[in-house]
Design a protein around this ligand. Structure first.
Ligand SMILES: C[S@@+](CC[C@H](N)C(=O)[O-])C[C@H]1O[C@@H](n2cnc3c(N)ncnc32)[C@H](O)[C@@H]1O
Length: 291
């Protein structure tokens, strides 16, 4: 279920003949609504770093295959990905960041705190280090810092310590090993939380594994560089660290006369949408138009 679909498409405002990038095509929910509006001369550039997602997106977009171009890769390399398709500039960019339900529900990807699986968490399984690599190789201090900064977890020290003690006995390689360890760290009060006590640590590791904040910063800069005047940039983020980067970048563009804000405050999903799609609950949408 695409998050904040109506607002995202309205703000992106795709016109017949336009070239629009969906930098996080996922299961093509937003892309389907966008491509419909592009007419036969418009083009949708569908990008995802996850080859499995891109394959499903291509199947879902079959009816519009002639309007679509696909590229597997990180949106932080947007210019290069577009150059590979012989495209230099575009009319709109959508980023709907985070994990897709395909990734979250597949135990083998290791994103889900409630499912037993390998401690993986790479959105592009061909690149970088897994979450297991990080918890077994980084120093206690580095692990603590990741859990505190990216997870905003108040038990970060205790959890980092427990990880290091456990890995001295044997490496931590499954989601279950990590989530049980965290359950032991937070004690009975922590276990009464509405969310699973390991959720914040899992989020932190996912951000570190996929270098989510760095690639977002780079993706915004590269996106701006390829956006035509009056082109629109719409970003949906799911946690405050991400949203802070989008807010500050868009504000700086506004202050420097580079872009005009289309959302004064971040838009949030309606209570109805949250009711129907629990995963939308933390979404924040911001949009600008290039000057
Ligand atoms: C929340 S889902 C997108 C869902 C999609 N909008 C839909 O309606 O089906 C996020 C997708 O973005 C991809 N992704 C996240 N960060 C990325 C990045 N830096 N570069 C490319 N793809 C990324 C993930 O692999 C995932 O498939």
């Amino acid at each position: 279920m695409p998050v904040m679909l109506k607002a995202a498409v309205e703000l992106l405002n795709p016109q017949p003949g336009a070239v629009i990038v969906d930098g996080t095509v996922g299961l093509a929910g937003h892309s389907l609504a966008i491509v419909e509006r592009l007419g036969n001369t418009g083009r949708l550039i569908a990008i995802d770093q996850d080859a499995a997602a891109l394959k499903i997106a291509a199947e879902r977009l079959t009816a519009f295959a002639e309007r679509c171009l696909f590229a597997q890769g990180n949106f932080s390399r947007l210019k290069e990905l577009l150059a590979g398709l012989c495209i230099a500039s575009v009319d709109g960019i959508l980023l709907d960041i985070g994990v897709s339900s395909l990734q979250l529900d597949d135990y083998a990807r290791g994103f889900n705190v409630r499912q037993e699986g390998p401690l993986e968490m790479r959105m592009d399984p061909s690149q970088g280090q897994t979450a297991s690599d990080l918890v077994n190789r980084l120093s206690e201090r580095e692990i603590e810092q990741i859990i505190r900064e990216y997870g905003e977890e108040r038990h970060s020290r205790r959890i980092a310590r427990a990880i290091v003690q456990q890995r001295e006995r044997q490496p931590i390689i499954t989601t279950r090993e990590l989530s049980l360890l965290i359950l032991r760290c937070v004690g009975p009060r922590g276990r009464q939380d509405r969310i699973h006590p390991a959720t914040r640590t899992f989020q932190a590791l996912r951000i570190a594994v996929n270098r989510e904040l760095e690639v977002l910063t780079e993706g915004l800069a590269q996106g701006y560089a390829v956006l035509r005047p009056q082109g629109r940039f719409v970003v949906i983020g799911f946690h405050s660290l991400e949203d802070r980067i989008v807010k500050n970048t868009f504000r700086a563009w506004g202050d420097n006369g580079m872009a005009r804000a289309l959302t004064k405050k971040p838009l949030r999903p309606s209570p109805e949408e949250i009711e129907n799609n629990h995963r939308s609950r933390s979404a924040r949408l911001r949009a600008v138009e290039r000057i």
